[in-house]
Design a protein around this ligand. Structure first.
Ligand SMILES: Cc1ncc(C[n+]2csc(CCOP(=O)(O)OP(=O)(O)O)c2C)c(N)n1
Length: 627
């Protein structure tokens, strides 16, 4: 060891370095990586495992039941922390590593920072083929970890410990970059993890990464103010960027001052923190008809921090005015240019503050007739919602009734989580996020099994308030095992499983786009050789699964029993699972009026297929072609 250096293995250096990294925004400084989740195997127990033992909880280590699950935890934690902190996730080689790929994709799609540390095959290759190695036929340097390249914002393979001197700072830069955040992957060959190097001592000094609020170009903001000033029917689309940049107050101020209705995307759900004018609710295929009608006739669409995916834009059929102008404010230049928008690349909160200052001079507001029209549309939708309050009768609840019952019970500081299936739609439409009742919807990747670990991530970020996880029975059966993680770590969450005995969402899609028959969307017994339905029924006991994993669990059907179960859960410190047997034949909510492009077959034996195709072509023809 020379003066000014400290000898560390690559793995020890990673732990020492990560333990002293901080992020800072608006003068608030916090640990960037408060801990590491992981599952050990022969690929990392001797390396990262030894380093964690050696450094004695400098970086707290937390276990999970699946590698994918722990990435879900980290992503949800990052969302709850507004991207200012995340967890590291470590895996062994081979299957442990590839299990993290889905989580990496989810994080990158949703622009959420996660730091993944998959182990990799030996850099030196003296051992011959090792356990769990995929021998790539044409690339001697290719491992399964190269799959991460497609789903991450930064990937590096550390073949010498000293590479960490540049790789670790670069990883932190990307993790804290508002325009680049996503999965960051440092692939760690087994041998290199245990090899030592003389690192400069100052490399392990505490470091703070400023999360910069990039100011928007003032000229662009002036153009935006002019466009707003000339607009008769402006609508604001609030996306996840509003939440990430903590621009909720500015958004509300802009909407209120100018009389502009605000619609929310899945990621932006709750950005207005209120219900009723000027908040007009969720947009797009899963949104409400009032918000969609306003968008259909909008002459100016102000897109704030949104990726504008097909579920939002009705596969580009939603905005029907040929002269509609788009302006997009985003930290990501690609998003800012979508739909031919006037791009404003910059921090959302800064942009809105500048815009408010510019508009302040003009005194612009929309005309009373437009506001009245918007109010009436919203009132119509609200009436639908109000009429669907759960009846006090003895019949089983429908899923929308479950959502409104939970919403009524939730109080300030509580959060509800949804990700896949029909639940995100009902939450987007029905959940009233006013009064501090947060809602977190992951519908960028819409990944089944995200829900329960996301509850753990939210709980890690917010020690107080209830964390409600809403999950379908299909997603629950795909992987309920992180319940055990919540129990093991004493992180209380309350999971409500909607029992409808099928993949309701895809079953509905199947009927609309493919036809009748068994393709696995219903939980019914099937002949293994024909795939056809056989006599009998199937009722997996979800309560026993939950109890087996250590949770308190019960099954309810009626509103009174549901209320009793969630009151019991609230009063307890343990994780509860409430299986809600819903009436899946109950009439659904009225349609959103927005379409989504899922093309039925052009030729098929089913006589109904021709009609489906003709209807499809008609809707597709209304697709707007943007410059
Ligand atoms: C990992 C993953 N696999 C497949 C899908 C496609 N998919 C979307 S929703 C869904 C069914 C979800 O069923 P359930 O959780 O019971 O919710 P429901 O549709 O009944 O509301 C499927 C298979 C997905 N989103 N994620």
């Amino acid at each position: 060891m020379t003066a000014g250096t400290v000898r560390r293995t690559a793995a020890q250096a990673i732990v020492n370095f990560l333990a002293v990294q901080h992020s800072e925004r608006d003068g608030r400084r916090r640990r960037l990586i408060p801990g590491m989740f992981g599952i050990f195997g022969h690929g990392n127990v001797h390396g990262l495992g030894q380093a964690l033992l050696e450094t004695d909880a400098e970086l707290p280590f937390l276990p999970a039941r699946s590698e994918q699950g722990m990435v879900h935890v980290a992503a949800a934690y990052a969302k709850s922390e507004r991207r200012l902190a995340t967890y590291a996730c470590a895996s062994s080689i081979g299957p442990g590593a590839t299990n993290m790929i889905t989580g990496a994709a989810l994080a990158t799609v949703n622009r959420l920072p996660v730091l993944l540390l998959p182990a990799d095959y030996f850099a030196r290759r003296q051992q011959g083929t090792v356990l769990q190695q995929l021998e790539h036929p044409t690339g001697g340097d290719v491992s399964v970890n190269d799959c991460f390249r497609a789903v991450s914002r930064y990937f590096d393979r550390i073949t010498h410990p000293e590479q960490l001197l540049s790789a670790l700072p670069e990883a932190c830069r990307v993790l804290t970059s508002p325009s680049e955040a996503g999965a960051v992957v440092l692939s760690l060959p087994q041998d290199v993890q245990a090899e030592a190097y003389d690192f400069p001592r100052e490399f392990f000094e505490p470091r703070t990464w400023p999360v910069l609020r990039q100011p928007p170009p003032p000229e662009q903001v002036r153009v935006l103010a002019e466009l707003i000033g000339r607009s008769e029917r402006p609508v604001i689309v609030a996306g996840g960027g509003v939440v990430y940049s903590e621009a909720e107050d500015e958004l509300r101020a802009l909407a209120a001052r100018c009389g502009i209705p605000v619609t929310e995307t899945f990621a932006g759900k709750g950005a207005m923190r209120s219900r009723g004018w000027p908040a007009v609710g969720g947009m797009g295929t899963s949104g409400n008809p009032a918000a969609n009608e306003l968008l259909r006739t909008a002459d100016l669409v102000l897109c704030l921090g949104t990726r504008l995916t097909d579920t939002q834009t009705g596969s580009r059929t939603l905005f029907q005015r040929p002269d509609a102008r788009f302006v997009a404010v985003n930290t990501d230049a690609r998003d800012a240019h979508k739909e031919g928008a006037l791009p404003i690349v910059g921090d959302l909160r800064e942009t809105l503050r500048t815009l408010l200052a510019v508009l302040g001079e003009s005194g612009y507001t929309t005309q009373a007739a437009y506001r009245e029209h918007a109010l009436q549309l919203c009132a119509g939708w609200e009436e639908h919602v109000a009429n669907r309050q759960p009846s006090r009768s003895a019949r089983p609840l429908s899923q929308p009734e479950l959502v409104t019952t939970l919403n009524g019970f939730a109080s300030s500081g509580d959060i509800v989580i949804g990700a896949a299936g029909t639940l995100p739609t009902d939450l987007l439409r029905l959940w009233d996020a006013s009064g501090g009742r947060d809602c977190y919807l992951e519908f960028g990747f819409s990944c089944m099994t995200h829900e329960i670990p996301a509850g753990i991530g939210a709980r890690l970020s917010r020690p107080r308030g209830e964390v409600y996880v809403l999950v379908g029975d299909g997603s629950f059966l795909m992987n309920p095992s992180e319940i055990f993680t919540a129990v093991q770590l004493g992180l209380k969450i309350t999971i409500l499983v909607v029992e409808n005995h099928r993949f309701q969402s895809i079953f509905g899609l199947q009927q609309r786009t493919a036809g009748e028959g068994d393709i696995g969307n219903e939980f019914v017994p099937l002949d293994p050789f024909t795939g056809r339905r056989v006599a009998g029924s199937l009722t997996p006991d979800l309560v026993q699964i939950a109890r087996g994993l250590g949770a308190e669990a019960c099954r309810v059907e009626r509103e009174a029993d549901l209320l009793e179960a969630i009151a019991r859960a609230r009063a307890d410190t343990r994780t509860h699972v409430v299986v809600v047997a819903v009436d899946s034949e109950a009439p659904p909510l009225p349609g959103s009026g927005a379409w989504r492009d899922i093309p039925p077959a052009e030729v098929a034996s089913d006589p109904a297929a021709a009609r489906r195709r003709a209807e499809y072509l008609e809707r597709a023809a209304s697709r707007r072609r943007h410059p």
